[in-house]
Design a protein around this ligand. Sequence first.
Ligand SMILES: O=C(O)CC1=CCC(=O)O1
Length: 92
Amino acid sequence: MLFHVRMDVSVPHDMDPDARADLLAREKARAEEIQRSGKWPQLWRVVGEYANISIFDVDSTDELHDLLSSLPLFGFMRIKVTPLAHHPSKVD
Ligand SMILES: O=C(O)CC1=CCC(=O)O1
């Protein structure tokens, strides 16, 4: 099952710089781990925003939720999930 996922990040401006650096390092490591599993085939920065647009390829909505909530930034992101279906006009 394919899902389009938009994540808007909002880390508090007054967060301790070391805590922020640690949080972002853990986020990068976890994101790379999920990508290597094949479940997160696309990750794009939204130009000019602290946001990304991703494609996830998972077996269920529960699996998607588990992956998203495993991200260290989960509590600092607004996440919008759009399920995707095949388009009849798509040329293969
Ligand atoms: O910087 C972002 O867009 C938030 C994020 C999600 C996965 C990741 O590595 O960073």
